[in-house]
Design a protein. Structure first.
Lengths: 319, 201
């Protein structure tokens, strides 16, 4: 089907996404998520795990629905976007290999690696066997070295890099159609890069060996460049001094939250300017993802008796 | 010998001596218990001073917990749970120690949680902060248990001292007075009888 049709559908589908007032009503218990047609399966008495599962499934269904009405090249990109959940599952597995399996929960999503197979993988060897699968193209020698050292953080960074490599590959293969998204994808990659620069340190990220490993964390077509933390922050239009305050007080999550919000605002402006292009579809899927995260924040916050004002402070609302 | 049976004792000089010895012993015992009571009260006050920090520690704990919960909400349950699975849990044991001769169970942390596998600085900072406050809470709990055990002991000593003061000592004094009177009467009777016998002889 044509791109225009999909974009027009997205204009309609966006109306079904939760608005700020609805989030507030859920936080203040004036509205149950189950009262919203999109989440009719949800019940207040369900466990947190079940609630999160319903929310995630809704997100997955939305993207899969959209992927059915777009052209092949856009479908590949949408699936790559969704595969982020699979990557997160790989990260969970990597951590539990060095921790305890019983605590872990996995996103209810599989594409290339079956989530049940992943849960069953109890050894490094079984995990590596799963990673061999396409399209992540992970280098086994690197992953084996990481697992032998038990360097979980570097392992996670490598998984992120492989994922963005995969997304960039999908774009490269269909550059004619997807090139409008490069700018916006780069903001997301820059946010990830900033995170790993903060966790691993700039020296480690740009060591010759790790630099090669983490090429995927460099923005599209900028793979050979050296992008420092300040530059990554500045490119998202965030005041470096303000960001440094977050870093000095160790509030990395708040900084990432700010970067994510900025990234979405830029995307929102782009989608308004090019409301009949692929950018709008990308804006819609990002909003779907953010709705999922917002609902996570609300229900995790409620489960842990966080103050309502604190929960509201964690939400990113664009609608 | 129960206090109530004192009245049925044979009124003799031997009994009188035994009763006086008993009274001395009880009075000395009471003095020693009073001294011990004072020591326990002093110890209790010292511990209570430390317990005044409870409010600020609880406040600190709530703040640390809120920070961890906020992080949990922002990072998501999927990440949070797998990250926490990397923590090697702490180890603690319960020891019995003696405070002023009172046996008090105390929790001793033998190993701090191992956070070395967590590289994310914010997670580490939040968990370290929470553990620091939890350790203070353990100390506080130890002090509270000590207060409870010392208070029980104090209560017991109070009951004994009161019983000695209000019951045992007055009864012993009364018994001594009674036996003294009886002994005096018997002495007088004996004296009169001897005088009558001497007159007849």
């Amino acid at each position: 089907m044509s791109l225009t049709y999909a974009v027009v559908r997205c204009h309609g589908l966006i109306q079904h996404l939760l608005r700020k007032e609805q989030y507030l009503s859920i936080v203040y218990d004036k509205l149950s998520l189950g009262d919203i047609k999109e989440y009719s399966e949800y019940k207040d008495e369900y466990s947190l795990d079940r609630k999160l599962e319903i929310i995630t499934r809704r997100f997955v269904e939305r993207i899969i629905f959209l992927s059915k009405i777009v052209e092949d090249e856009i479908r590949d990109f949408l699936m790559a976007f969704l595969d982020y959940l699979e990557l997160e599952n790989l990260k969970v597995k990597l951590r539990t290999l060095y921790g305890k399996e019983e605590n872990a929960i996995y996103y209810p999503y599989s594409h290339f690696i079956d989530v049940n197979e992943l849960k069953e993988a109890r050894t490094d060897h079984a995990f590596l066997k799963l990673l061999r699968r396409e399209p992540y193209r992970m280098r086994m020698d690197i992953m084996r070295r990481i697992l032998r050292r038990g360097d979980i953080a570097l392992g996670e960074a490598y998984l992120d890099a492989c994922y963005y490599d995969y997304v960039k590959r999908v774009i490269r293969e269909n550059e004619r159609t997807l090139k409008v998204l490069i700018k916006f994808l780069n903001y997301e990659i820059l946010r990830k890069l900033a995170y790993w620069l903060l966790v691993l340190g700039e020296e480690k990220v740009y060591e010759p060996i790790t630099r090669e490993m983490l090429q995927g964390l460099m923005p599209y077509n900028e793979e050979g460049r050296h992008i420092g933390l300040e530059r990554a922050i500045r490119r998202l239009g965030i005041d470096v001094e303000e960001a440094m305050k977050y870093i000095e007080t160790g509030r990395i999550t708040d900084l990432m939250h700010l970067m994510r919000e900025r990234e979405l605002r830029i995307l929102q402006r782009g989608a308004r300017r090019r409301s009949l292009s692929l950018v709008f579809i990308y804006y819609y899927i990002q909003l779907c993802r953010e709705e999922m995260y917002n609902l996570y924040r609300i229900f995790i916050g409620k489960e842990n008796n966080l103050q309502k004002e604190v929960i509201i402070g964690t939400l990113i609302t664009l609608l | 010998m129960s206090i109530s049976s004192l009245r049925f004792l044979p009124a003799s000089r031997g009994t009188l001596m035994r009763l006086r010895q008993q009274l001395n012993l009880v009075v000395r015992g009471k003095e020693i218990l009073e001294m011990r009571r004072e020591q326990l009260i002093k110890e209790l006050f010292e511990i209570m001073d430390k317990l005044k920090e409870r409010d600020s520690i609880e406040h600190e704990y709530l703040r640390a917990l809120e920070e961890v919960c906020r992080l949990r909400a922002l990072r998501g349950e999927y990440e949070y749970r797998s990250i926490t699975s990397l923590i090697e849990p702490p180890k603690a044991e319960v020891l019995l120690i003696s405070i002023q001769g009172v046996t008090v169970p105390q929790v001793r942390i033998t190993r701090d949680p191992d956070l070395s596998k967590i590289k994310d600085p914010e997670y580490r900072r939040s968990f370290e902060m929470l553990w620091k406050v939890l350790k203070k809470l353990f100390e506080l709990a130890n002090l509270e248990v000590a207060v409870e055990k010392l208070s029980k002991q104090l209560n017991y000593i109070n009951r004994i001292v009161n019983s000695l003061e209000k019951n045992v000592i007055p009864n012993l004094k009364e018994a001594i007075r009674y036996v003294e009177e009886k002994v005096d009467e018997e002495m007088l009777e004996e004296f009169v009888r001897l005088r009558e016998i001497a007159k007849e002889v």
